[in-house]
Design a binder for this molecule. Sequence first.
Ligand SMILES: Cc1ncc(COP(=O)(O)O)c(C=O)c1O
Length: 388
Amino acid sequence: MNTDFDKIVDRKPYNNVKFGLRKAYFGTEDIDPLWVADMDFEVAEPINNAIVKRAAHAVYGYPFADDDFKASVCDWQWKQNQWKVAPEWVSGLPGVVPALLTAVLSFSAPSDEVIVQPPVYFPFFDVIESVGRNVVKNPLILNNGRYEMDFDHLQKVITDKTKMLLLCNPHNPSGRMWTKSELTKLGEICAQHQVLIIADEIHSDLTLGGRKHQPIAKISPQISEITVTCSSASKTFNLAGLTCAYTIISSDTLRRKFDKMLSMTHLFISNVFGLEATSAAYRSGSGWLEELKLYLEETIAQMEVFFQENLPQVKMMKPEAGYLVWLDFSACGDPKAVRKKLIEEARVGLNHGSSFGAEGENFHRINIAVRRAEVFSALSRIQKVFSN
Ligand SMILES: Cc1ncc(COP(=O)(O)O)c(C=O)c1O
């Protein structure tokens, strides 16, 4: 392996949410922050080289997602997912959350309904409610420690006010990868009821154990025509601070509306360094990504053993993609008391499951994209607190 993922990188001196907002979020700085979904790892060398090269030009006027950027996205989607994306389907913007918000604004009106499947990435709720649309929940079913979609309930909650469904594929917080048959069923129900699918596929490159991601828009032309795919290199290559993402929309009608909203909000302006970094990652980052996945897989394998042997009362949901692990503390008592113990006694800062919807109340999400030793130092402290 060329990359040393065990290298100590001190992020504290530099502005970042993970360390900088510990007090605001956990009430103390005396915790190991294993929450916000970014990585402690330095980026792949070609990415940094591209940024340094661009910085040398020293003029940072407004950039946009140009043909070169779009070509890198299309080539990447082909390489990763064998998905043939036409360059004109791609729009650039500063983030996937802004893309979700833009979709809600473009394709619904106040008091319309938008479906989410909780527990799910918390901004899904915010982008709907903050602009006066109504969240309709189709909660995931927990079956033998694995989430499944509830298609019967989904059909029941769709009304003539339902304009779209926000899909998280792969799923944050559980790391579940939806299968082709699940996505086909979801797509068919949505197509039948003219409900748009806003597919957040930001975790799609971090598939583990040799699994292959299934973009929902690739399933059929019919599903593609009702889908807005939102993605970015930011999770995969640790570029969140460079604010650069993109959407893929094959329907001309939807894309025109979406792009009009981007133009009104000026969100079509991307970030100079984000564009360069994304293209460099997509063109030269595959080797680094494979190494990262191996490192994460090994951490996850060791975590499974750790929980089985030392902390069986906490159930770990093994992620199929990504570096976020969903931990079930149901057997450890009152959720608020568990959270207090994690912060005050174990001194670890995890994302409390309730922020992903009430369905996540008994869970905590741990970010394992840090040095392995740090993960196990935190887990050992959790073990001490909860094995009593
Ligand atoms: C599912 C999902 N979507 C979007 C984002 C954030 O995307 P961005 O920073 O591009 O807005 C995250 C970050 O954790 C995420 O997990």
